[in-house]
Write a protein that binds this ligand. Structure first.
Ligand SMILES: CC(=O)SCCNC(=O)CCNC(=O)[C@H](O)C(C)(C)COP(=O)(O)OP(=O)(O)OC[C@H]1O[C@@H](n2cnc3c(N)ncnc32)[C@H](O)[C@@H]1OP(=O)(O)O
Ligand SMILES: CC(C)C(=O)C(=O)O
Ligand SMILES: [Mg+2]
Length: 541
């Protein structure tokens, strides 16, 4: 393809809104809150899930798989709240095994949504039949049909997934899919559960289903690809070429093991190569970067710098030849416009004399919508920062917004802190914290350095011993007065917690991050939940 045609394919006329009428729509089924949350270290609490769900609705996804309601009371609660809050705007889906109790629980969780879906699944491959389920083919078909029928009693929109479909004998896959559609499935999802497929083979599976399943036109064919061989996005797109019209994916590609197909990559491939795929999605692409960062914040898992679409380097150019090319004509080295994915640069935006109107505009332009309370808090943080810092960049504002996102109950708050360190002295921290009843607690401790001393002091006051597992610090923008962002991950009370803090003072940023993680641990300790849930995966802040 020539440079000229690449540039054309990115023109305003060629984006989602400007596509010719009658072109096909590929539905985006987001499973960040279900499959994404299943991956180690990515657990989210209900407040965080609601934040992500709100952002997914704003992004324009067609279906949100909000969780697996039978898994735990917390999962049920999150699906139910998301259904109640967003079920009039986007289809809210709950996952269920082919078991009556799972299906009934999922039905109850999504009941209040106007737009609801139940997703029932049952593995069909020989390996899963023989070793995991210990069921023969007849029983699989019977259980799948019964599962779909039961779900259909409480919901019109039913998705059925033959788990491990990509490794299932094609004849049997065709049989199961046909029977599931006859039983009432309106979407048939074809998972490559273990990321084993290749694009050509997966495309062939979809083509075979379309040729051999007589009632296939009554259902939408969906993809659900895992990334064990790094092929999840390629496989999903190959399926679209063969006629699949729903793609299951997650923000930043989080999910079991190596993850799921990355939503942002799928969406931008379809948009940028409309000339090839001839289909479109309903995604508001300038919100891609902000939702990516939100998911990083709530899971504590950042994306690598060179991550396609949303990585920090995705639109950065350092090489002279590239910079020269870009200066002459952007499309020499960029196939997408940074603004089309909401990429946040480091441009100077606002200062301490700016007011709420300008600040609100900027927050919206950065892809965020805050409720009035959160807006006021972030605005106050911004004014404080603008007083300390000569130039406030977009990336600083994003960091302030993220610092306030999904914060669970803050049982302990910092009143004041002081550290002393230097050669020849023992690093010491003195901290005053306010507890949930407003009582002030003050203590001091020493450490290997001022940050260690701060962490030790926090543990003494809160009364929780923790093991620091990771400590990452980065500069949010440029300059010596830049905001510093600290991410910590710690183990306490038998579980993992993470926290993020920002400040122009790196010790304060570290203290905020550690306190957020300890607050999450302390909240669970207080509710007594940590004992009952000791076997569950990590929770974060
Ligand atoms: C490919 C995927 O992503 S599937 C989704 C995976 N996600 C998760 O597992 C996270 C949530 N899971 C959980 O909370 C728990 O595993 C639960 C609540 C679902 C079940 O917990 P437990 O009852 O303790 O069972 P456990 O997880 O140990 O084993 C799974 C059981 O489900 C059965 N099973 C697995 N898939 C299905 C299915 N689709 N339909 C019916 N039964 C199934 C297994 O055969 C096994 O049955 P058994 O207990 O009779 O031997
Ligand atoms: C539940 C199913 C769709 C799944 O996540 C998988 O097969 O990977
Ligand atoms: Mg999966």
């Amino acid at each position: 393809m020539s440079a000229e045609s690449t540039a054309e394919s990115n023109s305003a006329e060629d984006n989602v809104a400007g596509e010719p009428a009658g072109s096909d729509v590929v539905r985006i089924f987001d499973t960040t809150l279900r499959d994404g949350e299943q991956s180690p270290g990515c657990s989210m609490n209900t407040a965080e899930k609601l934040e992500v769900a709100k952002a997914l609705v704003d992004l324009g996804v067609d279906v949100i798989e909000a969780g697996f309601p039978i898994a735990s009371p917390g999962d049920f609660e999150a699906v139910q709240k998301i259904a109640q809050k967003f079920g009039d705007q986007t289809t809210i889906c709950g996952l269920a095994r082919c078991r009556p109790e799972d299906i009934d629980r999922a039905a109850e969780a999504v009941r209040d949504a106007e737009l609801k879906r139940i997703h029932v699944f049952l593995a069909t491959s020989a390996i899963h039949r023989e070793f995991k389920l210990k069921m023969d083919k007849d029983e699989i078909v019977r259980r799948a049909v019964e599962g779909v029928q039961r779900a259909k009693e409480s919901c019109e929109d039913i998705e059925f997934s033959p788990e491990d479909a990509a490794r299932t004998e094609l004849d049997f896959l065709c049989e199961v899919v046909e029977k599931a559609i006859d039983a009432g499935a309106t979407t048939v999802n074809i998972p490559d559960t273990v990321g084993y497929a290749t694009p050509a083979q997966y495309r062939q599976v979809i083509e075979t289903l379309r040729q051999r399943v007589p009632n296939i036109e009554r259902a939408i064919i969906s993809t659900h690809c895992h990334n064990d061989l790094g092929l999840a996005v390629a496989n999903s797109l190959a399926a679209v070429e063969a006629g699949a019209r729903q793609i299951e994916c997650t923000v930043n590609g989080i999910g079991e093991r190596a993850g799921n197909a990355a939503l942002e990559e799928i969406v931008m491939a379809i948009r940028t190569r409309f000339d090839h795929y001839g289909v479109r999605t309903n995604i508001d692409t300038p919100k891609l970067c902000s939702i990516s960062r939100l998911v990083c914040t709530v899971t504590g898992q950042s994306v690598q710098r060179n991550k396609a679409i949303v990585g920090r380097n995705a639109f950065a150019h350092e090489a002279g030849i590239h910079q020269h090319g870009i200066l002459q004509e952007r499309s020499t080295y960029e196939i997408m416009r940074a603004e089309d994915v909401g990429y946040v640069g480091t441009n100077l935006v606002l200062g301490k004399h700016s007011g709420r109107h300008a600040f609100r505009d900027r927050v919206a332009a950065l892809g965020h919508s805050l409720d009035p309370g959160a807006f006021e808090q972030v605005f106050a943080d911004f004014i404080t920062l603008a007083d300390k810092k000569k130039e406030v960049y977009d990336s600083d504002i994003v960091a302030l917004i993220e610092d306030r996102i999904g914060v669970v109950e803050e049982r302990w708050q910092v009143v004041s802190f002081h550290t002393s360190a230097g050669s020849g002295s023992i690093p010491t921290a003195t901290i005053e914290l306010k507890d949930a009843d407003g009582e002030i607690h003050c203590d001091a401790a020493t450490g290997d350095g001022p940050i260690d001393a701060v962490f030790n002091t926090l543990e003494r006051i809160i009364g929780i011993e923790a093991r620091l597992d990771s400590f990452e610090v980065r500069s949010v923008s440029r300059g010596k007065d830049a905001l510093g962002e600290v991410n910590v991950r710690l183990a306490a009370l038998g579980r993992d917690y993470h926290g993020k803090g920002v400040s122009t003072d790196i010790i304060e940023a570290g203290m905020k991050a550690y306190l957020k993680a300890l607050n999450a641990a302390d909240a669970e300790k207080a509710s007594g939940r940590q004992i009952a849930e000791a076997a569950q995966p990590a929770r974060g802040v």
